[in-house]
Ligand binder design. Sequence first.
Ligand SMILES: N[C@@H](CCC(=O)N[C@@H](CS)C(=O)NCC(=O)O)C(=O)O
Length: 209
Amino acid sequence: MELYTYFRSSAAYRVRIALNLKKITHTLIPVNLLTKEHQADSYKAINGQGLIPALKLSDDRVITQSTAILEYLENCYPDIPLIPNDPFQASQVRSFCNIIACDIHPINNLRILSYLTGDLKLPEAEKLTWYRRWIEDGFDVLETQLSSTKTCFDDKPGLADAYLIPQVYNAIRFNLDLDRYPKISNIYEYCNHLPAFINAAPEAQPDCP
Ligand SMILES: N[C@@H](CCC(=O)N[C@@H](CS)C(=O)NCC(=O)O)C(=O)O
């Protein structure tokens, strides 16, 4: 299968982590967000929304939206599960992931930030205030949902870690003070020593300048 990716796309970063954790053979196809390759007709033929990531299966069928891609991988590659079997525990993992996928990430996305500084002409400093505001809002709650385990829900990496680590990476990039989030910080530190996370990191990607 082929993953359409961009090294700094946190939605693609989630999928890269899951593919690595599940040991699924795949090829990375970089799409450059800065040169707007994602808005070209050739990419929109793959993902009509013009967003990263998209997963092309070996029979050329395509899945868009990282959450749908991750659900597909969980269903079709169950040997290394990323969510617990127990329905209630699984719901807690999905709830954690959705805080990131639905309530933090979409309002801090590239096109939202470009709209703030472009169309609305907000100064750069206000854009950063916006960015940090919504991460802090989510992280304040995520921190309370964690125990002192090595990873989010256990001592074994899973779906919640695949969502959390890219979001923390972005938070650090935008100079968020992580001292307020000791559990999140410890999990970030731990996961970033695991090969699946090291190989999925932006700096390890073929399109990282
Ligand atoms: N909900 C989508 C979000 C995808 C998304 O927003 N991707 C970003 C990169 S992380 C993107 O392509 N941004 C391009 C833009 O904002 O113009 C998913 O989870 O796949």
